[in-house]
Design a protein around this ligand. Sequence first.
Ligand code: OSB
Ligand code: MG
Length: 354
Amino acid sequence: MKLREPFETSTGVCWDRRVLLVGLYSESIVAWGECAAGETPAYSYETTGTAWSILNDLILPKLPGMAIETAADIRAVFDGIRGHPMARAAVEMAAWDLEAKARGDSLATLVGGVRDAVSVGVSIGLQRTDEELHQKVRRYLEEGYARIKVKIKPGRDVAMLRGLRDRFPGVPIMADANSAYSLEHLPSLRELDELDLMMIEQPLAYDDYLDHARLQGEIETPICLDESIRSVGDAALALELGSCRIINIKPGRVGGFASAKAIHDLCVEHDMPVWCGGMLESGVGRAHNVALASLPGFTLPGDISASRRYWTEDIVTPEFVLEEGMVAVPTEAGIGVELREDLLEDLAVRQADF
Ligand code: OSB
Ligand code: MG
């Protein structure tokens, strides 16, 4: 799926998403999950290709004929697979859609959601000039987005964000570094600390909980972890060490809903705010994210923008739209949106059936 505009982060530029969908068929029900993996191993070691391999060779062959009473029963097919949470999540989340559809409940209801609409922001990639960034921010604010997230990297940070803050005083702004910094950049990070940012997301390496804790001790702005949190164990470690004050939960990154809910529950118990991140998903992954964001601990706006922010045409109907800074939580059974089989057929480059 071609993005309406390229998305640039500290790790590179994405023009097209290679979307990997998993469909589960049971009696007359079709249920869907989406793999969040990227095209290259820049955000995580997982890619569309590694997920395709793990799913095709190891996970999906176990499914035909399997009896599943609840989504939790799907866990058995992941035995013997270390890591690869994004590949696992695609199946696990489809199983939740399957259970919700079998019960006739919305996915949000099944996972324990309590809201009928979720507050959302927008994540803006690195722009060529500050002027272009300001124009985009102005447009998104006019559309009603509740907060602005800007990608940063060393050299495209302090001056850019100071300019943005001067131009948009009072607007909730945050920055996402996607691990581009180290403690050697402390002087720049201290300058960012002066700009009244809601949070700085994943400034340091994905596996460096200790340096994140050291950095959090040096700055007032809350650190939010994204790449670092792949399981409830990672969240417990970050809580124990003080590596962050906010956690971004992406169900597609942490192995699915069971893990995402466990992280949510742990964070609620420790008064740690959470929000739902995104991975430039199609409408399928977006539906799962919206359902998760309806849980009570999701008190900050998510990276769950309208379908049109990403795609000329989304592969689901109805598309996700923004209404007064919110996205409505679908009420129909399961993910609550229909796959557009016509578009799916046009876009598909490979398919495997089990
Ligand atoms: O770091 O949150 C991130 C997109 C792809 C991979 C990682 C990230 C992102 C985003 C965009 O920031 C979030 C979205 O709007 O889907
Ligand atoms: Mg991030």
